[in-house]
Write a protein of this length. Structure first.
Ligand code: ZN
Length: 494
């Protein structure tokens, strides 16, 4: 260990001692290398709680459950949505009427500071997933992490009082992180889960990014949407002014971006090309970039506040974050996920490394960014840029990406990058999100036991501190889960 490493690791230990009273708290609460899986309420109801726990332990070598406790989304809640095949366990029926909400029981005293109603998910009567699963899991030595995410339905009472405001002054159906209603809602859930239940930790996820990336369509999601970017609500305007950001110039810049995207979409290529014209907007309106940072700071302040709250209540229970898959495709979002900065407010990071759906998703990112920032390049050149800038070795060419997926080598590289990012000292653990049967299109790559085995092996060979099988047990085929367990038993649980 050289001097710098020594200082860094001793600083990390000192910070851990200062914040939590003693170092190595995560290891004391959880297995040394947790083998986690994300699982939602429906699986326990469909298959029986003990049976699910048996299956997970036997097939997947699972010792830590990431219970989906709050979401209105279908990614981590409910069964497989219609259009994707149901797996070889659970009820063979689609739950089209899935609603979502809090799958545990809320306690009103924790939500006094927010307009957002803490709704119990109406899906399963009075069922409380933590109350049901926790005692049975603990009896077996399994750990429980509450897993909650920023996915709402539009009709949640009081949600409209937390909406972002876009560049044209219109409300958008997504919560502003600077709005106290939003912050107090997440703090309420954090406190409720930790005070009301003997859970072993928390994980929160936000699959969102800032206005610049959204204007560019720099993700595998819905494409460029420059007219709806935000946030320009009073809370964000005040934060901008405090930071010395020129609000008017930021708005003008985003409107210039909107016109630039509009021109490119209607095949009116600017005389100077897409990239030079973009760069001109940026240097003339640097506040565009400042607004991107401002948005990220709003999210990071939320993480900081949740982390602080969690550790005030339960100093020794880990709190960490799900890092969205866009981190694997877009160098822009990737740059904004600074793992070293995360170490200030994270006990662990679940960095999403879904190798299988990663293929079709990367292809969609290429299509999106090729319609804006990289419109001067061909799609193949854009793919090459994405691979080179993110230091991938030999992933499939664009025309094969959707059927090939990404490789186990990608999982290994992303693991090593994350470990290097958080640095020595081990304060912040890296528990990669490994995919099993994340839905893909009809003709796109499907998960196989071989590629699950290779991905799990690659991540542990690269030094991962644990894994989280994702996205949810109710969409995983048992032979694929078994392959994960086999790789775990050959690498970490001999
Ligand atoms: Zn705002």
């Amino acid at each position: 260990m050289n001097r710098r490493e020594f200082l860094e690791s001793s600083t990390a230990v000192a910070a851990g001692v200062a914040a939590f009273g003693w170092p190595g708290r995560v290891a004391a609460q959880l297995p040394d290398k947790p083998i986690g899986i994300q699982v939602g309420a429906v699986s326990f109801l469909d298959e029986g709680t003990d049976k699910v726990l048996d299956t997970l332990a036997e097939l997947g070598a699972i010792d830590t459950l990431f219970l989906a406790t709050f979401t209105y989304g279908r990614g981590i809640g409910g069964r497989q949505p219609r259009g994707s095949a149901l797996p070889d366990h659970g009820k063979q029926e689609y739950d089209d009427d899935y609603h979502g909400g809090n799958f545990a029981t809320h306690h009103p005293q924790y939500y006094r500071g927010t307009s957002i109603a803490p709704q119990k998910a109406p899906d399963y009567g009075g069922y409380d997933v933590i109350a049901d699963v926790l005692p049975r899991a603990h009896k077996r030595g399994m750990r429980i992490i509450c897993w909650f995410e920023d996915v709402f339905r539009k009709d949640v009472p009081g949600l409209d009082k937390a909406f972002e405001v876009d560049v044209h002054g219109q409300p958008q159906m997504r919560v502003c992180y600077r709005n106290p209603n939003t912050l107090n809602f997440w703090l309420g859930l954090t406190e409720d889960y930790l005070r009301s239940y003997e859970v072993d930790g928390l994980m929160f996820g936000s699959e969102r990014q800032g206005p610049l990336n959204n204007a560019l369509g720099a993700s595998h999601g819905g494409g460029p949407a420059p007219s709806t970017v935000g946030c320009f609500c009073p809370h964000c305007l005040a934060a901008a002014k405090k930071d010395g950001i020129n609000v008017e110039r930021a708005k003008q810049g985003y409107i210039a971006l909107e016109n630039w995207v509009g021109a490119l979409k209607s095949q009116q290529r600017p005389a100077d090309g897409a990239f030079v014209t973009f760069w001109r907007i940026l240097v003339e309106h640097p506040d565009v970039l400042a607004w991107e940072r401002l948005w990220n700071e709003g999210l990071r302040d939320t993480y900081r506040a949740m982390y602080r709250k969690a550790h005030e209540i339960a100093p020794q229970k880990p709190m960490g974050w799900h890092i969205w898959h866009t981190n694997s495709f877009a160098p822009f979002y990737r740059a904004e996920q600074d793992y070293r900065m995360f170490t200030q407010f994270s006990d662990f990071l679940k960095v999403v490394m879904y190798h299988n759906s990663g293929g079709p998703r990367m292809a969609r990112y290429i299509q999106n960014i090729n319609s804006t920032l990289f419109a001067d390049l061909t799609p193949d050149q854009t793919t090459e840029v994405a691979y080179r800038l993110q230091q991938y070795a030999s992933e499939a060419p664009l025309d094969k990406l959707s059927t090939a997926g990404l490789s186990a080598d990608y999982v290994g590289r992303e693991t090593r990058r994350a470990l290097a990012g958080v640095g020595p000292g081990g304060k912040t653990k890296i528990w990669p999100g490994i995919e099993i049967d994340v839905p893909t299109g009809e003709k796109e790559k499907k998960t196989t036991p071989e590629d699950v085995y290779a991905a799990v092996k690659a991540t542990f060979d690269a030094g991962a501190n644990g894994i989280i099988l994702s996205r949810k047990y109710s969409e995983m085929r048992l032979d694929n889960l078994r392959a994960a367990g086999r790789a775990v038993r050959e690498t970490v649980k001999r």
